[in-house]
Design a protein. Structure first.
Length: 119
């Protein structure tokens, strides 16, 4: 993917990640229903995603398919967040997340299991 996706482009990607390949018309209908967007707004965003290499368009019916997975985008966005806000330090990020009151006991237990699996 050439460039980072902006929040509006990520809305288009979410529709594709959830529903798989689909016509641009269906993506526009979904986002109109969810966000009240005009169809032309959605078509413009799809074109931007295509230009950035995140979406592929095929004919007939302007079928759209995600070329990047959600996990890859999440990993890239997380790495950028850690670099930008926590000086590249994952432990600083976790310290912020683990501040009192941010997580319930179930979330803490899940995090412990995840850390245990990494060791």
């Amino acid at each position: 993917m050439e460039n980072k996706l902006n929040p509006s482009e990520l809305k288009v990607m979410e529709v594709l990640w959830r529903g798989g390949e689909q016509p641009a018309r269906q993506i526009a209908e979904t986002l109109t229903g969810q966000l009240g967007w005009n169809a032309n707004t959605t078509y413009t965003l799809i074109k931007r995603c295509i230009k950035k290499g995140a979406v592929e368009r095929t004919e007939p019916h302007f079928m759209c398919r995600a070329l990047v997975g959600k996990e890859a985008v999440q990993a890239s966005e997380t790495a950028e967040l850690v670099d930008k806000l926590y000086d590249g330090s994952v432990d600083k990020l976790f310290a912020a997340l683990l501040s009192p009151g941010r997580l319930d006991s179930e979330q803490i237990a899940r995090l412990r299991r995840m850390v245990d699996e990494l060791e």
